[in-house]
Design a protein around this ligand. Structure first.
Ligand SMILES: NC(=O)c1ccc[n+]([C@@H]2O[C@H](COP(=O)([O-])OP(=O)(O)OC[C@H]3O[C@@H](n4cnc5c(N)ncnc54)[C@H](O)[C@@H]3O)[C@@H](O)[C@H]2O)c1
Ligand SMILES: [Zn+2]
Ligand SMILES: [Zn+2]
Length: 368
């Protein structure tokens, strides 16, 4: 049985999010209908809405949903109607990286999550007036009162935590935390530098504060974000607006350089400074996403001291184990994600987008 629901539709690249009635397809064997309670906004939604990446528009975006399962397809075993779920990315489940516990590097990741707008078999999940819309965004398209979600996008969570606190776990928080826990894995006494103190960077700071790293340096050019970074566990901050980043990091790291750097600004120039700031055998994790085709120049000889540069998708997390661990830390107050969140009623999605673009809201979360 198909369902009519209200969704935020982007008509074409650069158009606003406009609420409209759409038709959700009948759940397939491995799909579920989720009544959305909250959905976070991420810069990737804005990039796709601007028409940059080739996602089929008109379409429905949203990839940090959280809600309650309303109906499940016949082969779904992991969740049942009434369960609270956090929605994250999907994956094929069968390729080498999926089987190896790294579904963010699924062989079908881009078409299934970011660019395809359809199920793997090419069918659409959302229609309007009989014509398919771009949907299946991260297996969810959660800017809608109800979403048809892939089973592999669903993570069952405790029902006693407000879902608006959990929505950002599906992308931004998982990515920042995963950069530190899954890639850097800081050794005792090490230095972690986080470039950019937005939703992803502040999540990396909170994650680093739960490791034996002793120097946690947050870098931004917005003073309020640096102040928040300190409250969330940064031991040092650098305001890139009025400091020489290289000199400041050299001083804080006592001339040794950083053991780990998480780059979230999406600036090629900042990335380059981050690589230069690495200690011997240090690792820089590339998280920030500049426009497609962006290149960066590196000092090749500078890399010979065992430096590593690693790209990252969604924290390289295995969502079914990673997200419940984050939920537990949120519940215990050890991962205070609420400090990043501003809530907006779903109908005010355009205001949320404007506030995010202006840097007024770190992590806008829509409520339904
Ligand atoms: N790789 C992934 O899987 C993944 C997942 C989520 C988000 N992202 C990307 O990560 C990036 C960060 O996301 P976010 O939600 O934290 O964004 P954000 O805008 O909240 O954070 C970026 C921060 O960088 C700061 N900044 C920008 N330029 C700077 C400069 N030159 N010097 C110092 N600070 C600077 C900004 O002030 C801001 O606080 C985005 O590019 C986003 O698209 C990637
Ligand atoms: Zn995202
Ligand atoms: Zn796969």
């Amino acid at each position: 049985m198909s369902r009519i629901t209200r969704a935020a539709v982007v008509e074409s690249g650069g158009a606003p999010f406009a609420l409209a009635d759409v038709e959700l397809d009948t759940p397939g064997p491995h799909e579920a209908v989720v009544r959305m309670v909250a959905a976070g906004l991420c810069h990737t939604d804005l990039t796709v809405a601007s028409g940059g990446p080739p996602f089929p528009l008109p379409g429905v975006l949203g990839h940090e949903g959280a809600g309650v399962v309303e109906a499940v397809g016949p082969a779904v075993t992991g969740v049942a109607p009434g369960d609270h779920v956090v929605l994250s990315f999907t994956s094929c489940g069968a390729c080498r990286n999926c089987r190896g516990g790294h579904p963010a590097y699924c062989a079908s990741w881009l078409p299934l999550n970011l660019l395809g707008g359809r199920r793997a078999d090419g069918t659409g999940t959302v229609h309007r007036d009989g014509a398919p819309l771009g949907g299946h965004f991260f297996g969810q398209s959660s800017f809608a009162e109800r979403a048809l979600a892939d089973e592999r996008s669903l993570v069952k969570v405790d029902a006693d935590i407000p879902l608006e606190m959990l929505a950002p776990l599906g992308c931004g928080v998982q990515t920042g935390v995963g950069a530190v826990w899954n890639v850097l894995r800081p050794a005792t006494g090490s230095t972690v530098v986080v470039l950019g103190a937005g939703a992803v960077g502040l999540s990396a700071v909170m994650a680093a504060a739960l490791t034996p790293a002793t120097h946690i340096v947050a870098v931004d050019r917005v003073a309020e974000r640096l102040a928040l970074a300190k409250e969330l566990g940064a031991t040092h901050t650098v305001d890139a607006a009025d400091a020489d980043l290289g000199a400041a990091l050299a001083e804080i790291t006592r001339g040794q350089g950083a053991d780990g750097v998480v780059e979230t600004t999406g600036s090629a120039a900042v990335l380059r400074r981050g690589v230069d700031a690495l200690a011997a055998r240090g690792t820089l994790v590339v998280v920030g996403a500049p426009p497609f085709g962006t290149e960066v120049a590196l000092d090749v000889n500078g890399l010979l001291a065992g430096k590593r540069i690693v790209g990252l998708t969604l924290g390289d997390a295995e969502t079914q184990t990673f997200i419940p661990a984050l939920v537990r830390l949120v519940k215990e107050g050890r991962l205070p994600v609420h400090r990043l969140i501003s809530t907006y009623p779903f109908a005010e999605i355009d205001q949320a987008v404007r506030d995010m673009r202006a840097g007024k809201a770190i992590k806008p979360v829509l409520t339904f």
